[in-house]
Design a binder for this molecule. Structure first.
Ligand SMILES: [Zn+2]
Length: 197
């Protein structure tokens, strides 16, 4: 799919369901990939308004801001992103944002950079989406490597949320799921929603 097809598709999704953070997130990424930084910034700002706790959005927003030479704003977003990622135990975006801050000549305080440790009991996990220690699903949602990853990383509550969201994604993107390309887009939306990217 070309960049402009992706932009069209996700723009429709964001317009059809304006409070759906996933549509704005995907649209922002499509804009950023196409080099359209100004609309990318607007989409990512909208995601943060809808859900301020997705660490990866701060990283993408800062990347777009830096392309527009808006360094101070990028530093502000990265600093906030590191705090959120640390609180959620979201290691990958945290390390990437710490590195971006260092490249910008910023000193990252160790306290902000430390990943919080939460006690995890039997049948529980630290959920990649909500960042909280919550109940696991009783079993894998489906049998594949992705199903196993979801079982190991996503809490039962967030999985239920995705089931509702997945129906919306199929309807809004008009995905024919017997088409492997559509299946790939669907899986990508799911991984993004569950914060498994
Ligand atoms: Zn969760």
């Amino acid at each position: 799919m070309s960049d402009s097809d992706r932009i069209d598709q996700f723009r429709k999704m964001a317009e059809a369901d304006p409070d759906n953070e996933l549509g704005h997130f995907s649209l922002g990424k499509a804009y950023l990939d196409a080099g359209l930084t100004q609309p990318a910034i607007e989409s990512f700002e909208r995601v943060i308004q809808l859900n301020p706790n997705i660490a990866k959005v701060y990283q993408l927003l800062a990347t777009a801001l830096l392309k527009e030479n808006r360094k101070d704003e990028a530093i502000g977003r990265l600093t906030r992103g590191v705090e959120i990622a640390a609180a959620k135990g979201d290691l990958m975006p945290k390390n990437e944002m710490v590195k971006m801050l260092k490249d910008l000549g910023q000193v990252v305080p160790e306290s902000a950079a430390a990943v919080s440790e939460q006690a995890i009991g039997e049948g529980e996990l630290l959920c990649s989406r909500c960042g909280k220690v919550r109940n696991k699903m009783p079993s894998q949602p489906f049998s594949s490597a992705l199903g196993k990853l979801i079982f190991e990383k996503v809490c039962a509550g967030c999985w239920c949320e995705w089931i509702g969201m997945g129906t919306k994604v199929i309807n809004e993107l008009r995905l024919p799921l017997n088409d492997p390309k559509a299946q790939k887009i669907f899986d990508q939306q799911m991984t993004e929603f569950l914060n498994l990217r």
